[in-house]
Write a protein that binds this ligand. Structure first.
Ligand code: SF4
Length: 75
């Protein structure tokens, strides 16, 4: 499911059937923490940039919890 508010404020949902990750672009401060923590899943060089099948639900939840801005959350 993708909800587009405007170009600079996009909310996207990614699911592996078990966990839903919500990403709010307007809150992202591009710290790169998520990429450093779990690059197979969170990698801006791939499309979509979050690939839920490349990590375990536990790893994904841990990484979401470390997002400093709250841009990533569990839906
Ligand atoms: S950890 Fe959060 S704020 Fe940092 S790049 Fe990832 S989504 Fe954006």
């Amino acid at each position: 499911m993708i909800t587009v508010m405007d170009k600079n404020d996009v909310t996207k949902h990614y699911s592996n059937g078990e966990v839903i990750v919500v990403w709010q672009s307007a809150k992202c401060i591009h710290s790169g923490n998520c990429v450093k923590n779990l690059k197979p899943v969170f990698n801006p060089q791939q499309k979509p940039w979050i690939q839920m099948d490349k990590g375990s639900s536990g790893e994904i939840k841990d990484t979401v919890a470390k997002c400093p801005s709250g841009a990533l959350s569990i839906g």
